[in-house]
Ligand binder design. Structure first.
Ligand SMILES: C[S@@+](CC[C@H](N)C(=O)[O-])C[C@H]1O[C@@H](n2cnc3c(N)ncnc32)[C@H](O)[C@@H]1O
Length: 364
């Protein structure tokens, strides 16, 4: 087992240590207020002293009418070694317990300083003076450890930005425990079989604020090659990401919106793949309203997916059944199978990842 130092060094250069901005948490969470009322919320990859997920739920505990808020920290995180003290939330800095791996459980947030509002000072007072709120964990705070899984079973909803390198076991664990979740991740997770299976089964879809620029705090020594994606404010380093998506199984109004379809099918405009009997639709907005068969669309389709309008059949890597592997030349094997379209000069062009869909109500 790697020591904390080795683990931290590795983590510092991965998306496992991207810390979410409060503005991004607020912008997404404002859509789920009704679904969170009376619920036990668990932030299971969230050191309460640095996580804006914890901060958001603690500050809005009464407003959201939560039953309980639980947050657990992780021993492998570089911030637990206090190498990144600036990460700690302003105001909570001095209440951090000596013991580094712990859980915070909150069942009420009183206005302890009697100023008529719940703010960080009330949270600080609660953490500092209520002995039942902050308790040490026995293990390292791994989300899959028995004590964290027991908390998962107590929880109604998990809300966090988890370590991205562990997204497959993370989502699998939530599915096994039938937990509701709202999790920030990378758009590319869609192409992972474990995640795609959940999408196919209609057990996972997307939240509201997907893509667009989001700034994440990163450790000081996190290497950022592109200058425009880097900023340093008050000595804290930030990295911008355009592919961060919210993955959830909480209902959204968005997934009930119909995508307007205005284009008519023609074989010239929508070529059929060389290696699979579906047509290529290179823009989500150009899905033809009158095509009854299977269609390949870019993965951004999933952000617009309404299960009453379309059925998802598979993706170009994995359809749940074999497709002809056209690319036997050896040059196209990396990353697995994809679709090809004829170029007209006897060769075939390999496309980016595609989602295969069919219109609901299409003639079979
Ligand atoms: C992407 S960061 C996000 C942190 C925080 N949730 C936020 O949004 O600001 C993921 C966090 O999970 C921690 N972590 C890594 N492996 C973990 C594990 N196996 N169990 C629990 N937490 C883990 C990392 O150290 C890091 O603090």
């Amino acid at each position: 087992m790697a020591g904390n130092e080795t683990l931290s060094a590795r983590n510092r250069n991965s998306a496992d240590e991207f810390y979410t901005a409060l503005r991004d948490v607020e912008a997404e969470l404002r859509h789920y207020r009704d679904q969170l009322r009376g619920k036990v919320v668990f932030c299971n990859c969230d050191d309460p002293y640095e996580s804006n997920f914890f901060k958001y739920f603690a500050m809005n505990f009464n407003h959201l009418d939560l039953k309980k808020l639980i947050a657990t920290s992780y021993a492998g995180s570089p911030i637990t070694g206090e190498q990144l003290p600036l990460f700690e939330l302003e105001g909570l800095r001095h209440t951090r317990p000596i013991r580094k791996v712990f859980k915070v459980e909150i069942t009420e947030v009183p206005d302890r300083n009697d100023d008529g509002a719940i703010d960080l000072l009330d949270i600080e007072d609660l953490l500092r003076h209520d002995g039942n709120v902050v308790t040490p964990l026995q293990g390292d705070g791994d989300f899959a450890s028995p004590e964290c899984v027991a908390l998962l079973d107590e929880a109604d909803v998990v809300v966090t930005n988890p370590p991205w390198s562990l997204i497959k076991p993370f989502i699998t664990l939530l599915a096994e425990h039938e937990t509701q979740f709202l999790v920030l991740g990378d758009q590319n997770f869609i192409t992972y079989r474990e995640i795609f299976e959940q999408i196919l089964a209609n057990n996972l879809w997307f939240g509201y604020n997907n893509g667009g620029t989001k700034w994440f705090r990163v450790p000081e020594d996190y290497e950022i090659k592109t200058e425009s994606r880097k900023k340093i404010v008050d000595g804290v380093k930030y990295f911008s990401m355009g592919r961060a998506y919210w993955f959830t199984n909480l209902d959204t109004t968005k997934r009930h919106d119909e995508l307007p379809l205005y284009k008519r099918y023609s074989p010239e405009e929508y070529p059929t793949y060389t290696n699979y009997p579906a047509i290529e639709v290179s823009r989500v907005t150009e899905i033809p309203f009158d095509y009854d068969g299977e269609m390949g669309v870019p993965i951004t389709f999933l952000d617009k997916y309404n299960p009453d309008q379309f059925e998802i059949i598979g993706n170009s890597k994995w359809l749940g059944r074999p497709i002809a592997d056209f690319a036997k030349k050896g040059t196209y094997e990396q990353g697995g199978m994809r679709f090809y379209i004829p170029t007209g000069d006897g060769t075939h062009r390999r496309l980016y990842e595609r989602i295969v869909i069919k219109r609901i109500g299409a003639a079979s």
